[in-house]
Design a protein around this ligand. Structure first.
Ligand code: ADE
Length: 232
């Protein structure tokens, strides 16, 4: 049976899914707790990666090596970069960029991984469409849209940085793991999607908003993942 891997950076981002699992077996590796079981009659492995690109990449590769998932879903929150995005809205990854990779001194574009010829990691179109379909059915007061997700090892909290990210990378939202997971999935040829609900606007009051909305946004994203699992 198809195995679906699900990654969230923090406990609150995977809690709902872990609570919905049956027949759960646990495996610990380094700082990672893997929960292997079923959600809606599908085999899933749910794991908390920890925050940041290194944690996300390490977690994704171990998930692949140990469980051989045929699909990988990243769930969690992000800072919204565009004015029309409100807290609780959801961005589904069309594609992702590691905006903080910079080898431009060698003539590479900012974001491009040197000597790999890759800058933009495309999400799996079928997973994206199924996520949009599910999200539209589940969300009541919020919207779900397809867009570019930007990843870097920084919690973004200034208007200047938001403008830089929008103007240079066309990002819809910013977070700290998605493109690292995408990069590992790309190298392993595994279809993936990143689902992010907006917890803040990555501006001067991002920290306040984040503290207020992170719980709800985490839950919103996880609920969409649960719906997606059913139709994969
Ligand atoms: N995750 C949620 N909000 C974020 C922000 N403003 N910057 C980076 N990652 C985030």
């Amino acid at each position: 049976m198809l195995i679906i891997g699900i990654i969230g950076a923090m406990d609150r981002e995977i809690r709902l899914l872990r609570d919905r699992m049956s027949d759960v077996k646990e495996l610990r590796h380094l700082h990672l707790d893997f929960y292997f079981g079923e959600i809606r009659q599908k085999k899933v492995v749910v794991v908390k990666s920890g925050v940041g690109k290194v944690n996300a990449a390490l977690c994704t590769q171990f998930l692949i090596d140990k469980f051989s998932p045929e699909r990988i879903i990243c769930t969690g929150v992000a800072g919204g970069l565009l004015d029309f995005l409100k807290t609780g809205d959801v961005v589904v990854s069309k594609d992702l960029i590691q905006y903080d990779v910079d080898a431009s001194v060698f003539g590479h574009e900012v974001g491009e991984i040197p000597n790999m010829g890759v800058k933009v990691f495309n999400a799996d179109e079928e997973l994206v469409e199924k996520t949009l379909y599910t999200g539209k059915k589940i969300l009541k007061d919020n919207k779900i849209i397809k867009g570019r997700i930007l990843t870097g090892d920084k919690f973004v909290n200034s208007r200047e940085m938001v403008e830089y990210l929008v103007n240079n990378f066309d990002g819809f939202c910013v977070e700290m793991e998605g493109a690292a997971i995408a990069h590992v999935c790309f190298l392993n040829r595994i279809p993936f999607v990143v689902i992010r609900s907006i917890s803040d606007k990555a501006d001067g009051i991002a920290l306040l908003d984040y503290k207020k909305f992170v719980e709800l946004a985490s839950k919103t994203s996880a609920e969409i993942v649960e719906g997606l699992i059913e139709i994969i």
